[in-house]
Design a protein. Structure first.
Length: 270
């Protein structure tokens, strides 16, 4: 990737220190593979040469530590800031790295929002081009905190083909629209089952749901991910590189944020 600019998403939001662009990955529904898409999108950005971070915002059910192999790793706390854990070329942090993996978090809504704010602001991100945020299912406190208090540059919507998933995903789309967060496009996960033995393809969850959602909301179709064992075993897939390029291209169409480039002006009296 060439020089990556900072882009403003929701109007009137100040930038996050050392982060040019925040990309929220959301679905509104659990079980659609959103966390896998978020991780692979971050890895694809890094492979393309972008400085990339991954924030696991699923406070109740963090899954990124398990996928990244950092479940037993605790971040270094230095000068009241959290040093992100580095894996596969990306900077990452999760509540799962800060609490016992078996601990049951019985936090109410305001505590969830505060935890997300601390993860965002207290982590010492190192000059990121993209911070990918893996959101939990639903449209609750965590999502509202991110969209209302953080300068989200854009959102990527993840769905599966079946109508049941689409009904919940539409709520996520409506949330981002109401909060003035640009939706960069739609990813259809589990689009088709590919049998590794005979090579047969079958649309076991239906067909065309992602394209239908994209057309309904006039969004870009960012890609279709098959239900294939190789997608779990190997993250270095061309489909994710293509997706990362499309997300970057859609983000480049958003208004640029020049606030970090303005010189600091100090007015002193006589």
């Amino acid at each position: 990737m060439n020089q990556i600019d900072a882009h403003s998403g929701r109007p009137g939001m100040s930038c996050l220190k050392n982060v040019k662009n925040i990309i929220a990955v959301a679905s509104g529904k659990g079980g659609v593979g959103k966390s896998t898409i978020a991780l692979n999108l971050a890895l694809a950005f890094a492979k393309e040469g972008a400085r990339t971070g991954l924030l696991d915002a699923d406070i109740y059910g963090p899954s990124q530590p398990m996928m990244l192999g950092t479940t037993d790793e605790k971040p270094v706390i230095k000068d009241r800031t959290i040093q992100p854990i580095i894996r596969h070329g990306i900077q990452t942090i999760s509540i799962g790295n800060l609490v016992d993996a078996k601990a049951a978090l019985v936090w109410r809504g305001p505590m969830l929002g505060k935890a997300l704010e601390q993860l965002m602001h207290d982590t010492q991100w190192d000059n990121l081009d993209y911070l990918v945020v893996d959101l939990p299912p639903g449209t609750g406190d965590v999502q509202l905190t991110l969209c209302q208090k953080m300068p989200v540059s854009g959102a990527v919507i993840v769905t599966t083909p079946q109508d049941l998933a689409l009904s919940d995903v539409r709520r996520a789309c409506e949330m981002f629209i109401k909060l003035n967060v640009p939706i960069l496009g739609v990813v259809e996960n589990m689009s088709v089952y590919h049998c590794g033995h005979c090579g047969h393809d079958e649309h076991i969850f239906g067909e065309g749901g992602g394209a239908k959602l994209a057309a309904e909301y006039h969004l870009e179709s960012l890609g279709s991910i098959p239900l294939d064992l190789r997608m779990r075993e190997i993250s270095d897939q061309p489909v994710f590189s293509d997706m990362a390029r499309k997300v970057g291209a859609m983000l480049s169409l958003q208004p640029k944020d020049y606030s970090a480039k303005f010189p600091k002006i100090v007015v002193k009296g006589e």
